[in-house]
Design a protein around this ligand. Sequence first.
Ligand code: NAP
Length: 418
Amino acid sequence: MNARDSITLIRQHLIDPEVCIRCNTCEETCPVDAITHDSRNYVVDASLCNGCSACISPCPTGSIDHWRTVPKSVAYSLEAQFQWDELPAQQYIADDLRAAATSDIADIPGSRQDSGELQSNAATTASSTNAPWSAAHPQLNLYGMKNPALATVAGNYRLTAPDAQSDIHHIVLDFGNQYFPILEGQSIGIAPPGVDANGKPHYLRMYSVASPRDGERAGYNNLALTVKRVQQDHEGRQARGVASNYLCDLQKGESVQVSGPFGANFLMPNHPGSNLLMICTGTGSAPMRAMTEQRRRRLEKGQSDNGKLLLFFGARKPEELPYFGPLLKLSPSFIDMHLAFSRVDGQPRTYVQDKIRSAAQAVVQLLKGDTYIYICGLKGMEAGVMDAFDDVCNAAEIDWPALHARMVGEGRFHVETY
Ligand code: NAP
């Protein structure tokens, strides 16, 4: 392109087809109907998108938060985006061309002037975009908001102690005779009934399934969710979570509209001898419960070819740790468990990363073997956990950055944090 030609640069909003789980949340959220989809991809119409960012925070995967600086005249068309299997790289735009260009960039709320991508809410730690090689084949997107599955609440009880500050519920949904196959690590979507303050239907919220593939009760077509009633925002101000309160208040026998299943990567390996190294905080325990229970049931059936299970689980207090009682009943020979409590009176604040350091020997042993790592829960723990891996590896003369990269490529390092 000739720098003397007059061009207009825009920050084009794009959706990453590799990470998107096609849950339709963005399309339903977009106030200007700039987002559409076909049977393959969700895409953004550059001629309609005003960069308002309304769709960014509801997206459960972060696939929504991608931007490319492009000359407006050659913005990626809908047709081109429908064909993509992955996002195109940011094209180089020469400095003199940038200087010569007129720019729409500053006119777009939420866009940035720098040449890098906007920071995503998704995991910042590199995570596998492929499933373990021996994972079962997941069913995906069988039901959407327009054709939801109808589940019946089979039970809803509080997991946390009556005097605990956090109100975490174990909610069992029964699908009757409907086809709703699910694997450990997958999620389902639930939109609360009614409309939001703008009169639009509520967007879909994603919840990891806490049960193994053969049901919360083996052989039943049901599954469990782990839901914390949101009563405050991250800064501790009062904020009532619409979906979490809807779910925590559900009564037995009520009907719930369910979308999904979603998630093709955060799946467990099935081959003999594969180890699971699981790290979670709070309700991020849901997929770990599902995977642990799947392995426990296999063992119960005499399928003793399981690998090792190593779990790091963080909560403020024992009373606030979901599934605390049942966890304690698991035999140490089945699972090596390290619980981290951050707010127990008279005890130092302990996080999962502290426990990883103090269990360095067990961690290193697994890192040297056929191990699959799962991290789920608060986004804030990612950096601490990565530092802890780096420390234990350094002490054992393992090159953690190289091992991490290899595990990511081999579908052995999975992060799901919010
Ligand atoms: P929480 O109770 O707020 O926190 C759990 C523990 O993590 C507390 O001990 C907390 O300590 C600690 N923690 C805080 N910052 C940390 C850090 N930087 N490093 C390590 N530990 C840290 O957890 P929660 O409210 O249940 O949140 C769980 C998260 O999981 C949510 O973001 C949720 O969206 C996500 N999640 C949920 C599901 C699901 O299916 N429900 C699935 C996937 C992910 P202090 O507070 O004392 O500092």
